[in-house]
Design a protein. Structure first.
Length: 364
């Protein structure tokens, strides 16, 4: 396994004075991880250095052709002061899935997890302790070949940055309003919808902007061919509770991101005795269930928000208010259990949490 060279900053930043006002993704820690890829040499020069600008040629291919992908996970500080990650090996496996689709060289997943642990340990003083806060971890890879020409990159950078965060949505666990997008599409079968390609998020911005103009927090995407099957919400996978059954769109069409939180929720729900079905879901099916009084609740799942209850769903002129605009029973139970495991308040019976221990390069 590669050695990680650590160069500590000589000018540490001031840490946030009020952890209840962190916001999301706006504050960054003192250090970052970098590693280079060069054809013929592979991944090399793994290092942790002071956080700062990354020099890049104006012709770097990522700027022109979008050959870049990323992941998102969190580190949590438990009540007894320990630090732990949540299923990081799943994130690194998914990063390699994205890499394969985008012609980015595979990374050593076990080494990448160790790189995350080492960086988190170096900046452990940045992990917030206020209720509902955590340290967001953003690994990403981008092409840096200085060339205007479309071909797979031969030179790339793998980077990891850290950000102390609060709730993803300003209203925390309060139910959000979701707008069903009918004009624009996010992904199609055979495309990159199942990956965390950076460009996937750029193409979602137009619909998100339109939704916000109408007072909605997120977009619910329909499939790109028939425009009737539900894919996912902009920043989350989505679940619906219809007549007591939990249903979520199947991943089989290849246009939906296989969320780590989604996977964990399915496993949790089944362990709790709920019937969970992964299948194609037509938007008209939900409208019919709503009209019949069988649409019980809906929620999104993702690393950033964990569980995000849906209080209102707008499809065309149809506005569906779910559970009186309040958080549903299943949403609340999932949130309490999942965050309880992540923060060490609930026993981890699944072996999902990974401790961040002492390492030789982190000793002061």
């Amino acid at each position: 396994m590669l050695e990680i060279k650590v160069t500590r900053t000589t000018t540490p930043k001031a840490k946030p004075a009020d952890e209840t006002k962190l916001g999301f993704g706006k504050i960054f820690t003192d250090h970052m991880f970098l590693m280079n890829y060069d054809e013929g040499q592979g991944w090399h020069d793994a290092r942790i250095v002071p956080y700062g600008p990354i020099p890049m040629d104006p012709a770097s291919m990522c700027l022109h052709y979008g050959q870049a992908d990323f992941e998102g996970l969190k580190a949590y500080r438990t009540a007894d002061g320990k630090i732990q990650l949540f299923r990081p090996e799943q994130n690194m496996a998914r990063l390699n899935l994205s890499n394969d689709r985008l012609c980015i060289p595979q990374i050593d997943e076990a080494f990448a997890v160790e790189a995350i642990k080492t960086l988190v340990k170096v900046d452990e003083d940045w992990i917030p302790t206020a209720e509902g806060t955590s340290l967001y971890i953003r690994p990403y890879i981008f092409a840096v070949d200085p060339m205007v020409g479309v071909h797979p990159a031969k030179h790339l950078i793998f980077a990891i940055i850290l950000s102390p965060v609060g709730a993803y949505y300003a209203n925390g666990l309060a139910p959000v309003k979701i707008y069903v997008e009918e004009k624009y599409v996010r992904a199609v079968t055979g495309g990159t919808g199942f990956t965390k390609a950076a460009a996937n998020y750029a193409v979602s911005l137009k619909a998100q902007e339109e939704a916000e103009k109408q007072g909605y927090a997120q977009v619910l995407w329909l499939d790109g061919v028939h425009r009737k099957y539900i894919d996912e919400v902009g920043a989350m996978n989505v679940f619906f509770v219809v007549d007591g059954e939990v249903i979520t769109p199947s991943l089989d069409r290849g246009s939906i991101l296989g969320g780590i939180t989604r996977k964990s929720c399915i496993e949790l729900l089944k362990s709790m005795g709920y019937k969970v079905t992964e299948r194609d879901i037509e938007i008209d099916e939900l409208v019919k269930a709503y009209d019949e009084g069988k649409f019980d609740e809906a929620f999104g799942t993702g690393t950033a928000a964990v569980i995000s209850p849906v209080g209102e769903l707008k499809y065309g002129d149809k506005v569906m208010v779910l559970n009186n605009g309040e958080i549903g029973e299943i949403s609340q139970k999932l949130y309490d259990t999942l965050t309880g495991i992540q923060w060490g308040k609930v026993e981890d019976k699944f072996g999902w949490t990974v401790p961040v221990g002492e390492c030789c390069c982190c000793k002061k």
